[in-house]
Design a protein around this ligand. Structure first.
Ligand code: GAL
Length: 655
């Protein structure tokens, strides 16, 4: 089952089509250069239409039909859609939302991760499927479930979740006094006498205790991890040698994707650049400029984050092919974008890109979602783009792996939950901050890795940490023992593991690296700017301001002396979130100081490098030129050239 590199594939739902179409579909897939097909992830009621009565004939035939065209199969476990008979037999498997309402049957993801009955039923269906197809030659990989957490389903407020949370609390705190202490239960008379008194942190009159909420978020993430592991343990046993995968989502942080990935062989994610641009809080100007391309850093951000989760191995399970159905507005991509997105994924190290989906469904929830084919089987625009993408891969012959980047960003899911719990300012959005800093680095043409706060820091020249409220135990020692330069943002070191203010105030243990103490902090409205000048440029801080006591002279300060940027040796601390100009100056200074070659790119251009190749992508609506410093004129391009029209890209060898 060797994993081939740079493959194209498609998501296919044989159960939704008459079986006399399958052979022709499979042939067309192979003809346009696809080699993988993802099937099965919503097919439970077709596999087991009645309890314990299995219908395999159709799935056997579907897999064989694909295999006849040399298409390999990623088989999904169907647990995202428990059938009606199962729900009726065991209504306790259903999740409950924050308001306590049952999440009913009729769409998907209605189960609760904590339900022991659902875990039992999951094990049963996964085992049965793995016994049947685990050794099938065409089945090269499994996808567990589908998009954990989609439709806000990580956190369930069911009885099963409450019982499991009580057990989690008992394990974590051992005694109820320890829990009372950790959560600060002397406040508002919250003392508990026993773990059996602990409720879930919903339906309170006002804000629940943040330590309680954070504990619940951590618990909910762990439930996803153990639920996924339930499946991977079975699949590893019954289907050895196959890659175990899951498809993550964009801009989604409700569980720790690093933790879930530890039980997977490679990570997948579902890339819908136009849908995400529409639903995420991007400035209006970006939404307008990139309406039909997606934000230039949006796909890349997730490619890099999930490459980190997959320890280098990742792929796209679902690539947007045209308008989707689920955003508020659903424009069509510019001609060429589907092909560009495909190439960009490979430039960031993807092993495979699967388009979602083969043929647009004429019925049900996603009937307005494009596919490679229209509902009547005629080719949609993405059909030809997929074909072009297959030719791109063939003409490049080989796309090399992505090496370790010189720059890393520390990303923490725990930080995301902590700030979500008590943001202390409506404009403080941790994932958006990380994205903004990532984007600022990418504007300088550098490749970026994501790392965890528990990783080794030695491979990097520059480590950027937009904020890390809780510093893990060995964090400061690992910084001190590395040779990297560090850039920390505000609120770093501002909380203890149990969501309290550190005894010696923020930035806690970080003070060993940079001698300052945060005496108080302010959060600021969207429109407020803390103005200063730096090297003659007008700069500003926004969103947040830490006021510090320190002997250090600030590198940048407000007119009244309040420091915005401090530095000691290899370590910088920003007391505020820099505006665009300030952020650019800070990143440029740090890249240069860390010895990382960089060049400010034209605004719509992005670069990504494999070991030997450089890819350049034009995300803008106009033509742009690749700067000479990056691609020497007269150089030999493997694809494209110096000048890039809208939605086009170039590739050249940089060795
Ligand atoms: C994903 C999901 C698919 C399909 C797709 C539509 O979130 O995994 O099943 O719903 O979105 O864009």
């Amino acid at each position: 089952m060797k994993n081939k590199k740079s493959e194209l594939g498609v998501c296919y739902y044989p159960e939704q089509w008459p079986d006399n179409l399958w052979a022709d579909d499979a042939k067309k897939m192979a003809d346009i250069g696809l080699s993988r097909v993802r099937i099965g992830e919503f097919a439970w009621s077709f596999i087991e239409p009645e309890p314990e009565q299995f219908e395999w004939a159709w799935l056997d035939r579907a897999i064989d039909t694909l295999a006849e065209q040399n298409l390999s199969v990623i088989l999904g476990t169907p647990t995202a859609t428990p059938p009606k008979w199962l729900v009726d037999a065991y209504p306790e498997i259903l999740a409950r939302d924050r308001d306590g309402r049952v999440r009913g049957f009729g769409s998907r993801r209605h189960y609760c991760f904590s339900s022991p009955v659902y875990r039992r039923e999951t094990a049963r269906i996964v085992e049965t499927m793995a016994e049947r197809y685990g050794a099938h030659d065409a089945v090269v990989a499994w996808q567990t479930d589908n998009e954990y957490g989609c439709h806000d389903t990580v956190r369930s407020y069911s009885e099963a979740a409450r019982d499991a949370f009580r057990e989690y609390a008992r394990q974590r705190y051992s005694t109820i006094d320890a829990l009372n202490e950790a959560w600060g239960c002397s406040f508002w008379s919250q003392r508990y006498r026993d773990f059996s008194e602990i409720e879930l942190p919903n339906l309170t009159v006002t804000e629940p205790n943040p330590a309680h909420v954070l504990a619940f978020f951590r618990f909910s993430s762990d439930q996803v991890v153990s639920y996924n592991k339930l499946q991977t343990d079975i699949l590893r046993r019954l289907s050895p040698g196959r890659d175990l995968l899951h498809n993550f989502m964009g801009f989604f942080f409700d569980f720790d994707h690093f933790d879930v990935s530890e039980d997977l062989d490679a990570v997948g994610w579902d890339s819908y650049p136009l849908g995400f641009l529409d639903v995420a809080p991007f400035p209006y100007a970006d939404k307008e400029r990139y309406l039909r391309q997606g934000h230039p850093d949006l796909a890349a951000f997730h490619h890099d984050l999930y490459r980190a989760c997959g320890r280098g191995r990742w792929q796209i399970h679902e690539q947007q092919p045209g308008p989707v159905n689920w955003a508020e507005h659903n424009p069509a991509p510019l001609n060429g974008m589907v092909r560009l997105w495909t190439a960009e994924a490979f430039a960031h190290g993807a092993e495979c890109v699967n388009y979602f989906r083969w043929r647009q469904a004429p019925f049900a929830q996603e009937q307005m979602h494009a596919g490679l084919e229209r509902p009547n089987g005629s080719p949609a625009p993405a059909f030809n783009e997929a074909k072009e993408a297959a030719k791109d891969i063939a003409s490049l012959k080989k796309i090399d792996p992505k090496p370790t980047s010189p720059v890393a960003i520390i990303f923490s899911y725990d930080a995301a939950w902590l700030f979500e719990t008590q943001p202390q300012g409506g404009t403080w959005r941790y994932p958006a901050i990380v994205f903004e800093w990532y984007s600022a680095l990418r504007r300088f043409g550098v490749d970026v890795d994501f790392i965890r706060d528990t990783d080794d820091f030695n491979s990097y020249h520059l480590i950027v940490c937009p904020s890390l409220p809780i510093l893990p135990d060995s964090f400061v020692a690992r910084c001190a023992n590395s040779t990297a330069k560090f850039l920390f943002g505000p609120r770093t070191g501002s909380k203890t593991r149990e969501y309290q203010v550190p005894p010696d105030l923020a930035p806690g243990a970080l003070r060993e690296l940079i001698p300052l103490t945060v005496t108080h902090s302010e959060s600021l409205p969207e429109w407020r700017r803390e103005n200063a000048t730096l090297h003659g440029a007008e700069i500003a801080g926004k969103t947040w301001l830490d006021h510090v006591e320190t002997e250090l002279a600030p590198i940048a300060a407000r007119d009244d002396g309040a420091g915005l940027w401090f530095r000691e040796g290899r370590v910088s601390y920003l007391t505020t979130l820099p505006d665009e100009v300030f952020l650019g100056l800070v990143m440029h200074a740090h890249l240069t100081d860390a010895g990382v070659a960089n060049l400010l790119l034209p605004p719509d251009l992005r670069i990504a490098r494999t070991e030997t190749q450089t890819f350049a992508f034009n995300y803008g609506p106009d033509q742009t030129e690749i700067p000479e410093e990056i691609a020497p004129r007269g150089g030999v391009y493997e694809l494209g050239g110096d000048r890039l029209g809208p939605a086009s890209f170039a590739v050249w060898n940089h060795t």
